[in-house]
Design a protein around this ligand. Structure first.
Ligand code: NZQ
Ligand code: ZN
Length: 393
């Protein structure tokens, strides 16, 4: 086990009716004027937005709303949010939605606390964030894990760059998690969420670090739970048990617990981000579209790791290491397919891409071949291109 610092300070309020506690949590964390961020309208339709607004108003908290956050959230709306927060004098940013809304809220919090800096400078690594406003979350989709994670992902639509920022200031103060709020999700979004939750653990599990028993066992238990409950959730989005397991796994999968003491990989995420930046495809779909190709390219580096995964997570029986590894990869890809998720580029609905597009994405992912990706089988630009080629069916 490698040395680590574990810091996961978000207060979780989980269960039916949890959103009723939102206003009191805002007050408890020092909020007195709230900018409330939401997405394209699901929370308007469900009535959640007006219930949260009423709760805040009853508690004497003035609130201004910023709606319209799109999946793969755009920098321009976050910048708008910074202006709104400053004009309104907000001292607390509340996200009501999924990863895109939460990440926008985080960006707004950073910008409002640092009005002299354009927020993109933090994502570019040109400036280091030293303060932010507090952020709270009412979660409506189990997927990105942003409700407890230290990261926020934005797309700069002017340059076509999608990039994550990791900082302790990205940890929300609280996350309200009522699984019933996810009942209205369309099957496609449930499936995207299941893939993303699995991938946050898989991108940590496939590591060169060895002998990490507790972390490995936690990761395997989480994966088995998500796979089983993903099936149930797809069959019935009103299954409280299944939606609860997915919601809690979504947070645990990306709050670092399933990778403690190990080096992270995250290559499928990096390659997926380029697909979302270029084609605006859903995050979960971008991951399932490249994972099989990544596994095919990488498994021989540490076949014993893939064999263990196959046996522990998929119940593969064979004693042969290579055979087990391949069966585990096939089982994973078949599972994605069973959820209706794409397993190659054409299934993303973008067709088979010309070589020039693959090259551009590989270049962008490795920042012009100046950065190696991942740790399991580290990729340079040529390696990234090789994986894109395998996925380009
Ligand atoms: O916009 P609305 O109308 O709310 O609809 C959303 C959106 O269309 C819909 N939705 C959410 N809750 C719903 C609902 N529809 C019906 N009923 C509900 N209860 O779902 C769609 C997707 O929403 P989005 O917030 O984009 O989903 P997700 O949580 O998957 O977030 C994806 C974004 O998070 C980033 C991704 O890259 C992507 O930009 N990620 C953020 C991470 C982080 N901050 O830690 C880590 C992840 O790896 C990921 O990169
Ligand atoms: Zn993800």
């Amino acid at each position: 086990m490698q040395s680590f610092t574990y810091y996961s300070p978000t207060k979780v309020i989980f269960g039916k009716g949890a959103e009723k506690q939102t206003a009191q949590e805002v007050l408890a964390f020092g909020g007195s004027r709230v900018l409330l961020v939401y997405g394209g309208g699901s929370v308007v339709k469900s009535g959640l937005l007006s219930r949260i607004e009423e709760g805040l108003t009853e508690a004497g908290i003035p609130v201004k709303t910023l709606g319209g956050v799109q999946p793969n959230p755009r920098l321009s709306l976050a910048r708008q949010g910074v202006r709104d927060a400053l004009d309104f004098g907000a001292d607390f940013i509340l996200a009501v939605g999924g990863g895109s809304v939460i990440d926008t809220a985080k960006a707004v919090a950073h910008g409002a606390a640092n009005p002299d800096t354009d927020i993109w400078a933090y994502w570019e690594g040109e400036k280091t964030l030293e303060k932010s406003l507090p952020v709270g979350v009412v979660l409506t989709i189990s997927a990105a894990g942003s409700e407890t994670s230290d990261s926020a992902v934005l797309t700069n639509e002017e340059t076509g760059v999608k990039r994550g920022l990791s900082t302790p200031f990205n940890r929300p103060r609280f996350a309200v998690m009522n699984p019933e709020l996810t009942y209205t999700l369309p099957p496609y979004q449930i499936a995207c969420g299941v893939v993303d939750i699995m991938m946050h653990t898989l991108d940590r599990y496939f590591t060169p670090t060895q002998g990490n028993e507790t972390t490995d066992a936690l990761a395997e238990a989480l994966l088995v739970t998500v796979i089983r409950n993903g099936r149930k959730a797809m069959a019935d989005s009103h299954d409280y048990g299944a939606m609860s397991e997915l919601m809690w796994c979504g947070s645990l999968s990306h709050n670092d617990l399933t990778g403690l003491g190990a080096v992270k990989d995250f290559v499928p995420h990096k390659l997926g981000h380029e697909l979302s930046a270029k084609f605006d495809v859903a995050h979960g779909a971008s991951l399932s579209a490249v994972w099989g190709a990544w596994a095919q390219y990488s498994w021989k580096t540490h076949p014993e790791r893939f064999a263990r995964y196959a046996r522990q997570v998929w119940g593969v029986q064979t004693d042969d290491e290579e055979q087990a590894a391949l069966e585990g990869i096939a089982a994973t890809v078949d599972y994605f397919r069973s959820l209706g998720m794409p397993t190659c580029l054409s299934e993303l609905g973008i067709g088979v891409q010309p070589e020039t597009v693959l090259e551009a994405m590989a270049r962008q992912a490795t920042r012009g071949d100046t950065m190696m990706l991942g740790s399991f089988r580290p990729l340079d630009q040529a390696g990234a291109l090789a994986v894109y080629r395998l996925a380009n069916r």
